[in-house]
Design a protein around this ligand. Structure first.
Ligand SMILES: Cc1ncc(COP(=O)(O)O)c(C=O)c1O
Length: 394
């Protein structure tokens, strides 16, 4: 396909949003939201303004604390179809997965199911639990494409002895999307907890925790949610909150600590909702930024982001296909996402050319991984084709 015949699929308002909120990414194609997303200007300004108030400390105000966090919880819950009191603000995905590992009622001998080739954040907490609590960890081999073998996972669930299934909504290597609704329904039917690592999904496509029957969803906000490092959130289904005893205990999780003038009146009552899982003093300045980013993404609408990103990837996929390059991502509509991976014969050579051209991308498990987001535009993908054109065999 000649480069000038590319369909221009990007919605014009995303271009305006890019110019206004992500001016720096226009300098060279940044196609790496699956590693870290850029901060939009409104988030950067909010963090800067907060930090200035912090320096000029008499200007700190009541809204700088709990109301900022409450705004994040509300916005986060709207992104995933939950309620604000089902959200705990936690610093990364791992913290949320550890929360599930340590607080779900799992016992010695409980069977925990994961798939082979999961990102390690969703492996080590379960391996640790095997050592410390004696749970039985069943690691189900990936299918021949390296994706979770859902048929096999369903068979294991149907045995009725699985206490918990933990899986990524979107695989980090090539963007393969799990069929969360089917897995979640099976977990519900056979009495297993359903724990989801959401970091490669939330922000780039619609996700509804209730429709998918998810019990716990953990995500950092540093990637597709374009938020400061050290921000993230975990959803805990309302009915479970009371059954999960906090394992890492913060004084702010206790209702008795609400009155700062009398914190020595110790209590025994957790705060209502998932806030009980947040541990004490928070990175408030970062939440001020996170709230802005979440609001921006909600307004952009994850369904529109998904369509925009697919429209960016399609012409590149067609072009690579025509050049005989192996595309490792599954392009079926129900499996594809905003992560797109391909394997030229000379991966290192092609990656080197992309790096020299300033294209933000990475190599993961032997393939080049691109992760365009709402700020990317067709010319970014055209540039990738230009760069690859120079180094792919004719
Ligand atoms: C699927 C998945 N889970 C988790 C993480 C990161 O975990 P954390 O937010 O704990 O750093 C990544 C990427 O770094 C990932 O791709």
């Amino acid at each position: 396909m000649p480069l000038d015949a590319l369909p221009h699929a990007a919605a014009p308002d995303f271009r305006a949003l890019r110019d206004e909120q992500f001016p720096y990414v226009a300098r060279a194609p940044y196609l790496n939201a699956a590693s870290m997303g850029p901060l939009p200007e409104r988030a950067r300004r909010a963090v800067d303004a907060y930090t200035l108030r912090r320096a000029d400390i008499h200007r700190m105000r009541g809204d700088d604390f709990e109301p900022t966090a409450a705004r994040c919880r509300r916005l986060a819950s709207s992104l995933i179809g939950a309620e604000a009191d089902e959200i705990a603000l936690l610093p990364n995905t791992s913290f949320g997965l550890n929360l599930a590992a340590l607080c779900l009622p799992l016992r010695r001998g409980s069977r925990v199911l994961i798939s082979d080739r999961e990102f390690p954040a969703n492996v080590y907490p379960w391996m640790a639990l095997e050592r410390t609590a004696g749970v039985t960890l069943s690691v189900i081999p990936a299918d021949e494409h390296g994706h979770p073998d859902e048929a096999r996972l369903m068979e294991e669930l149907a045995r009725g002895d699985v206490a918990m299934l933990a899986i990524s909504a979107v695989q980090f290597t090539d963007g393969w999307r799990a069929d969360l609704a089917t897995l979640g329904a099976a977990c519900g039917r056979y009495g297993a907890w359903f724990v989801v690592d959401g970091i490669q999904a939330v922000g780039q496509l619609p996700l509804d925790v209730r429709a998918a029957g998810i019990d716990v969803l953990a995500t950092g906000a540093q990637k597709w949610l374009c938020s400061p490092f050290g921000t993230g959130f975990t959803y805990v289904r309302r009915e479970l909150i009371g059954r999960m005893e906090p394992a890492v205990v913060g004084w702010t999780g206790q209702a008795a600590s609400a009155d700062l003038e009398r914190v020595l009146d110790y209590g025994t009552e957790w705060l209502p909702g998932a806030r009980r899982f947040e541990v004490s003093t928070q990175p408030w300045q970062d939440y001020a930024g996170m709230a802005e980013s979440l609001e921006l993404l909600l307004a952009a609408d994850p369904a529109r982001v998904q369509a925009h990103v697919a429209g960016l990837i399609d012409p590149l996929a067609a072009w690579l296909h025509a050049r005989g390059v192996v595309i490792t991502s599954d392009m079926a509509p129900e499996r594809r996402s905003g992560i797109f991976a391909f394997r030229p014969e000379d991966v290192r050579g092609a990656y080197g050319a992309m790096q020299r051209a300033g294209v933000g991308c990475v190599v993961r498990e032997g393939a080049i991984r691109l992760a365009p987001h709402l700020y990317n535009q067709p010319e970014d993908m055209a540039r990738v084709m230009e760069v690859l054109d120079e180094c792919l065999p004719r």
